[in-house]
Design a protein around this ligand. Sequence first.
Ligand code: UD1
Length: 439
Amino acid sequence: MTSNSFSSEFGTSSSHFEEDSVICIKQSSGLSGSVRVSGAKNSVLKIMAASLLAPGKYVINNVPHIADVRLMSNLLETMGASISHQEDEMRIDIPEEMTPVAPYELVERMRASIAVLGPLLARFGRAKVSVPGGDDFGHRPIDMHLKGLEELGVSFTNSHGYIEGQVEKLIGGKVLLSFPSVGATENLLMAAVLAEGKTLIENAAREPEIVDLVDFLNSMGAQVTGEGTSTIQVEGVDHLEPVEHTVIPDRIEAATYMSALGMTGGEILIEEARLDHMEMLVEKLNEMGIEINQVDSGVSVTVSKRLKSIDLATLPYPGVATDYKPFLVTLLSVADGVGIVTENIFAGRFRYVDELIRMGADIRAEGHHAVVRGVERLSGAPVRAPDIRAGAALVLAGLAAEGETLVGAASHIERGYQDLVGNLHSLGAEIGFVNPQKN
Ligand code: UD1
């Protein structure tokens, strides 16, 4: 069956992505052509939160149309902001008066909502934010966010599921994080930029998304140095200004297409992708047999033979990101040999493994470790997407599985991908949406 006849059967437009949508994938080989990655989800959500720091009109470019961006827009709107999002340009208008409250209904749907805590405290001296619960990654505390903000003078109370922070005037200080948490580093940065005096964040996270946030803050008038290293210094300023900013490309989305090619073979161009944000991953993929090169318009990827197994461990940046891991486990599930995967960031992040096993993968996962024995082929089955990246990984597994794979709960995938199905289809994959009403 050609991908065209497949698309007329199932349709590939992302408008089909509804609450219970299902993605159907058939075994596909030899992907070719080019695909463009969107702006980074994990960058844009924090940049949107940072806009709370100063009233006025912002223009943010390269903003993907994904569910998490819509949720963050809703959150800012409930506080009083006006937002429009046309093509990939977002305009945010932040008023003088706002309601510094992040309600349960929104925080519960997206943990990254906690990113408004730092900017609200810096701008209004008070904030009330629903305490985020655990999720599919397991238990996810926010103790480091709170402890760090306390070092800058904030006092917190916790009642009825909400955390309330109050501070007369933020005062810079020294914060030593017990782990380089991305979210805690970002919250502290967004508070410290308007604090009185100097703040030092030690053992800070070094992710490219942190550097993007600092670029945004510095263009607003903040004085931050050391971003991208584990010691960040912030010299507090009195006043920030709204600006225009372009979000960096999404390295996790780029990794998804690299991994897709690992499942099918072929040669593709990933436009806009930046290898300098994913060096360790590229080293690992090279070891497995995926050829990756930066070219003028993006990154070229070639796979011409069965991949080889490797061992790998997730680590804070510049290590292999935990968000890449579901793709890597999926690649190992059909590679030649045995690979040992160690998860060092989130204890419970192996849930999709049971779904891969249903598709014929040979994986033993326990605690922080998984042993993946590559099999010759997977076999298509109905599975469910447990979260954004694990859901995408199951789609990738479907590309190398005999017969038909149906990935249910696909709305999880839409939280982080503007059009994964359409993009894979344009590369020649046999993939489309199943309309649940027709079942
Ligand atoms: C961000 C990313 C997520 C990525 C993760 C790690 C966003 C929206 N999400 O999540 O995709 O997988 O970084 O790269 O940007 N921790 C604590 N206490 C805290 C904060 C974190 O114990 O106060 C622990 C977490 O449970 C986890 C580890 O620290 O074990 C790292 O978490 P963190 O870097 O904060 O992840 P997020 O910012 O939530």
